[in-house]
Design a protein. Structure first.
Length: 347
């Protein structure tokens, strides 16, 4: 059994992992950064740090089969598991499980604003409980040797974006966390929907810049509103790393120049078609495992954004990939509707 197949079942192998470099990462996004999206992302960038969707401690400890929540392919490294929870003991147990399964990092979600997670004391509401976050981080770090990081907002509701954020960061850093990825928006837990919380609260990049200047000893990453690699490079003058969310999903070709522009390494995909063809063996294997084609190809719908034939590609997959028995022929036919593209740089 090869390394990718072994990792699919979940347990750690002796496969050497790439060195963890978080200069550029793709944000954890519910329903989007699934294992299939992450495998696709690897046809475009080998160096970006990838994150899972948020997985709750309850799902890991009580869900079955566990591979449903933790399974991945070795090609996805470097790969971080984002955990949702607030109980220090449960988070420590899940962190240890993540390390055993081969993840390169465990990240605690302190940024999700949805009502469902608030009711379970998960996500952004934890910014009001720095003691609880500090205790969780301390317990998780005691349980694993891989990095334990925190992703948070600049504040919630009526919190002060300067004083309250400073208190939160200092308190959690004192517990041992040295890496924070900060979404440069407040989360309004009352009055805004999760979707509105991604756009309505204004971005405050200067606050993140000041945070880094005040804490040169910490790794401070910036998330929120980044749409181009030029944007990312500009922010890297002020912070240690950048994290891109929706743009990396909706316009995945953005990732195609990450390795060359941010890591000075060769880019793996010469063209959009080459990236799609590189994923073909993965799609074939996942279909053999029982996955449905539309669950795999939905992550590629933005690949030919702005290209002649791109709309026909999307329509063909949308109309046919969900059908019973849909297989590689549907995928190949969709690719045939887009003229072979020339090598091009992402913006």
């Amino acid at each position: 059994m090869n390394d990718m197949a072994t990792a699919t079942t979940g347990m750690n192998t002796d496969t050497a992992r790439p060195e963890l470099d978080r200069t550029f990462s793709v944000a954890p996004m519910m329903d989007w950064t699934t294992r299939d999206y992450r495998a696709f992302a690897r046809t475009l960038t080998r160096r970006a740090l990838l994150y899972t969707e948020m997985v709750t401690t309850g799902a890991i400890l009580h869900g079955s089969p566990r591979v449903r929540f933790l399974g991945f392919d070795a090609v996805e490294h470097p790969l971080a598991l984002q955990l949702g929870g607030s109980d220090a003991g449960e988070l420590a147990e899940c962190a240890a499980i993540a390390e055993a399964w081969g993840y390169d990092e465990v990240n605690l979600n302190v940024g999700c604003p949805s009502d469902r997670v608030q009711n379970n004391l998960i996500g952004a509401c934890l910014m009001a409980y720095p003691d609880k976050v500090a205790a969780a981080v301390k317990a998780m770090q005691a349980a694993v040797s891989i990095p334990v990081t925190v992703k948070c907002r600049i504040g919630i509701d009526d919190q002060d974006e300067d004083a309250d954020l400073a208190h939160f960061i200092q308190h959690v850093a004192d517990a041992g966390c040295n890496t924070f990825i900060v979404h440069a928006r407040k989360a309004w837990l009352e009055g805004l929907s999760p979707k509105q919380n991604r756009d309505v609260p204004p971005l405050n990049y200067p606050r993140i810049h000041r945070l880094k200047a005040q804490h040169p000893e910490l790794h401070i990453g910036l998330n929120g509103g980044l749409k181009t690699l030029d944007d990312c490079l500009g922010q890297l003058d002020h912070v240690d790393s950048v994290m891109v969310g929706r743009e990396a999903y909706q316009n995945p070709w953005l990732l195609a120049s990450v390795d060359s522009r941010l890591y000075d390494q060769p880019d793996p995909a010469e063209s959009r078609h080459a990236a799609a063809r590189a994923l073909r063996p993965y799609i074939a294997r996942r279909l053999e495992e029982g996955a449905r084609l539309n669950h795999l190809t939905r992550h590629l719908l933005g690949l030919f954004q702005g290209c002649p034939g791109g709309r026909r590609f999307r329509r063909h997959l949308s109309e046919n990939a969900h059908r019973d028995g849909a297989g590689l022929a549907v995928f190949d036919d969709a690719l045939g509707l887009v003229a072979e593209d020339q090598p091009a740089l992402a913006s």
